[in-house]
Write a protein that binds this ligand. Sequence first.
Ligand code: HEM
Length: 453
Amino acid sequence: MNGANVGPAKHTVGAGESISSHDRVRVARLPMHFFTVAVAFFGLAVASAPWVVGDLVEFFYQPLLLALTHAMTLGWITSAIMGVMYRYVPALTKRPLRFPRLALLQLGLFVVGVMGMIVHFAIGRWVATWLAAGVVVLSVVLFAVNMLPCLALARGRGVAETGMLLALLYLLVAAVLGLLLALDKTFGFLHGNVLSNLAAHAHLAALGWVSLMICAVSYRMVPAFLLPEVELPRAAMWQLYSLALAVGGLGIALLGGIGGAGVWSVAIMLALLAYVVVLGSLVRNRRMPIDWTMRHALAGVVCLVLSAGLGLMLVRIDPGTALGSGVAGAYGVLGLLGWVTNFIIGMSYKLFPGFIAGMREVVGWPKLAIAELSLPRYRPLVFFSLNGGVLALAIGLITAQVVFARLGAIIVGVGGLVYVAVMTWTLRYAYRPSAPRAASDPLRILPGGSSRG
Ligand code: HEM
């Protein structure tokens, strides 16, 4: 049986609202479409990085680097986060998506817009870039149309939902600013320094959207993976608010050219340090063993600290100089590949198979356990090549050693492509009813439920 055979029965979801069976199936499948897109863009990004790394050693602001940056940040990171949000936001807020069909249109626009941006960044065509950026902004607005009613109207909003709401607002701001920066290349209406405006967009997106979201999601996931019950210190909520406030302050300082960027940077570092402390207290009190998900999360935190240190150095070193450009490149690599990618890969080991197992139940396909949808033997290879490669790449950039930096990018690429292959294997069970061969044993123990959280 597949989703099309499920009758039009209504299910009560929460807050007295109901959803038809067709929409239940559609919503259950949505995250997998986003994860598939995310994994494809990640493959594209890690496979092309070794060819582009020479440009990064020269200077970070170049056409191919703009393309690679957005393959990572929009194609990989933002798609993965959107997939997670489509699953968790209705569940956490107990409100169904208002417009499930709109979500598919949103996905289509997102893929077309991001591909358009990547291609036209790479060949340096600004008119086509801002047209494509406009499509991405429209897609982000449609995403917000589905998410904001759930998040903003939720009663007794918890830490995770609050962080997601703030992060979503930053995504909207960063996306519109990105579009304005692209339009400015044709119409020239923005004041201020190009690199400061660029830094404002990059920080509003990378800190306001991505990092705030990771803090929020980890406050939900890490206790769920390590502790018998989800208990968070009150500091977690304050940490999210102070990070959001400091990112806003930095954005305004950079865009307005009014000074104070250094003060807001220190405030951001302190807010991120508070995150590390809260996470540390959860890990210390854990009742469950550290697995590859948590190893990736912890390696991500180490990269976050290193990246934050380089970020503070950039307050003193001009990114326009050779050393400053190298430090800025290493700062971006440690942030986007070290911190964010480690976190997403680690979480994906639990979330992707969990979501697929849950979706198969909704659709009515044979049940599968999370373990049957996972290939854990490749995880050490992915972990060590990603982290070893990121460190080599960062050192190569700071010391301006192209060969060393390229070697780092190749090592990241090997681990990244192994990850892509493993996740492609997992994700295909979201698109076909058959089970993996190991799961065909008639004596195997059938799973009792789908996933946690
Ligand atoms: C949501 C839609 C987005 C649009 C329309 C957009 C657009 C742009 C544009 C036009 C530029 C070049 C600006 C210039 O040359 O002055 C740029 C640069 C940049 N963007 Fe985005 N962006 C988006 C999302 C993101 C996200 C989500 C991130 C990070 C998480 C991000 C990170 C960056 C970075 C780091 C740069 C500078 C790259 C470099 O100098 O090599 N962007 N973006």
